[in-house]
Ligand binder design. Sequence first.
Ligand SMILES: NC(=O)c1ccc[n+]([C@@H]2O[C@H](COP(=O)([O-])OP(=O)(O)OC[C@H]3O[C@@H](n4cnc5c(N)ncnc54)[C@H](O)[C@@H]3O)[C@@H](O)[C@H]2O)c1
Length: 250
Amino acid sequence: MRTVVISGASSGIGWATAQRFAAAGDHVVNLDPAEPTEPGPTTWMNVDVADWAAVEQAVDEVHRSRGGLDVVIANAGISIRRGVLELTEAQARRICEVNLLGVLGLWQAAARRMLPARRGVLLATASVNGHRGYPFYADYNATKAGVAALCRTFALELSPYVRVACVTPGAVLTPMQRAEYTDQMLAEVNERIPAGRHADPSEIADAYFYLASDEARFITGQEIIIDGGETAGATTAILGAADRGQAPRP
Ligand SMILES: NC(=O)c1ccc[n+]([C@@H]2O[C@H](COP(=O)([O-])OP(=O)(O)OC[C@H]3O[C@@H](n4cnc5c(N)ncnc54)[C@H](O)[C@@H]3O)[C@@H](O)[C@H]2O)c1
């Protein structure tokens, strides 16, 4: 039974990933300020990943009570749909604190315990938006490119003992996506995905389960893109009308 810590596992991708590991018999701890939307066989700790002291305390508690730490998945992330002329300093700072520094703080706390033990796997959720421009999410997109950059440097510093990798999803049907897209916008997104649909969160969870396993023992410092082919052929040139919109000109 592995000890697995996942941030943002009260909903969406994190929740599905927690279920995937728990179903395999692993002990799963969820760091999230929100209570899980559905009950599950995981331990919930009320932790905001932007608060490094709280993260350090939670990781220390799990490490001590379980006698080790096997897998840590920095999945928590937020987004706010705003054009570059409208986004506020407070919003942009919060997105960086959660999506980028939240990964750095959690990975650092975990690595400080994994490296002396000479074992462990660090994973995080990036996004294909870290590879391309995507209107209305400038700050979010930058944080996701940053997560992939963190992954490469952590992998170099922690090899050969601790592996580090990112899962990089395209569109996944989760509460995050539902909060900012109408049904019509979701249908437009489906049209430009070669697979013809959004991913189910369980499909991202399967990738996490593989990356954490010994079968992925030669994978470190890399991203695995799971996007139904969305970025295989083109990027912004085929954005649908819902996403192509220009910020209003002053
Ligand atoms: N849904 C998509 O299409 C998609 C695509 C690419 C990447 N992602 C990424 O996947 C991850 C999960 O997103 P999701 O779609 O499942 O969203 P979601 O909103 O369903 O779940 C996000 C979870 O993170 C938690 N969270 C928010 N702020 C937090 C904080 N400060 N500390 C700890 N937990 C916090 C929320 O309470 C929630 O449980 C995010 O990093 C997101 O950027 C999502």
